[in-house]
Design a protein around this ligand. Sequence first.
Ligand code: AMP
Ligand code: MG
Length: 416
Amino acid sequence: MADVLAAAAGLPVRLVRSLDEHAAAVLALAGPLPPVTVPLADARGRALASDVRSAVDLPPWDGSAMDGYAVRASDLRPGAVLDVADDVPAGDTRTLRVPAGVVVRIMTGAPVPEGADAVLPVELTDGGTGRVRIDRVVAAGAHIRRRGEDVRAGDVVLQAGDVVGPGAVGLLAATGHAEVEVHGRPRVAVLSTGSELVAPGQPLRHGQIHESNGPQLAAAAAAAGADVVDVVVVPDDVAAVRAALADLGTRADVVVTTGGVSVGAYDVVRDALLADGGAQLVHVRMQPGKPQAVGVLADGTPVLALPGNPVSCFVSFEMFVRPLLRRMLGARHVHRRALTATLASEIRSPAGRRQLLRARLDWSTGSPVAVTVGGPGSHLLGALARADALVDVREDVTHLAAGAPVAVIDLREHDA
Ligand code: AMP
Ligand code: MG
């Protein structure tokens, strides 16, 4: 229907899609990037390209969990005094043996000598160095960390598609990996369009605004794990947009544009993409974020054209660009975590459009309460920094009462 009307009005044809349909079409643009091997220090935030197996048992040998004495439990009696044969600090690489009737002083993290079957904590003794008096006893097996009780050599400790967080970095190091095979990071180029745009830091003349979507998109792409190769700003000039797109396509795996994709007279991204073919204008049944375009540039590089209103741009990145970047990064989970929260105040929502409202989650009661922030206008930037969630209102829902359960998208970063 919209297509027929558009054609009749002489406007370029736009596909009409639901948010989910458009998100699926965007995700189909690219798959995971080829694997690369990186040093462990560069692995955080990247997705593993293959399963990782441990090179060693963890712990690698039976070790002491306490400062105290390596003993045979059967030698222990309250009040007994035993000879201390040796001292074993952490890092001692000797293979020692404890004869019956004597003990060895041992520190946390040191290897337990053969013959010993327990560690007697120093607190249960007089702490002697030549001879030690036993105050209380322990059973066989006490305070020994057994070889392989945590991880066995050859065990798969991390799987392809896992995104490496700090805990995984620790595990990789402990299991003997100095480098790791991950997927490449998607190279993202950002193109901001608008003759009204002035760089932040420059004074504004009447009719001008600071360029904020470029920095916003660059930050969002970096947070998603991408490598931002450039942020370029061009005025509303079709030739300038075409030249910039052609250049950025050669240097990026994905080009993201903002502005100029609507139905106005100066919507130059729309005109540039239509002139070069390969992209499709879309009317997405969502709010904010209705006008979009998606496709490939002449050189085959995927291009996503987002609307210029800063809130629309922010939400569109979340719903379309971020999942694609996560997919290219090789992450198993490309979508944000979804939660159910309680609405703090009532919501009215347009029929037939999926609505995404900026919200702050209040966890003070223990379960999340969604407090919408910033108002419905997609130009309202004031509260954007406070939003850590999007309330997700289905197309067919027009009203939700205060206290109602509501689906929210958690915008906080999680390593997973
Ligand atoms: P457009 O999608 O080009 O029609 O722009 C919609 C609104 O968003 C207009 O008010 C623009 O001035 C504003 N806008 C477009 N691009 C940017 C940008 N990069 N930074 C801040 N605001 C922008
Ligand atoms: Mg514009």
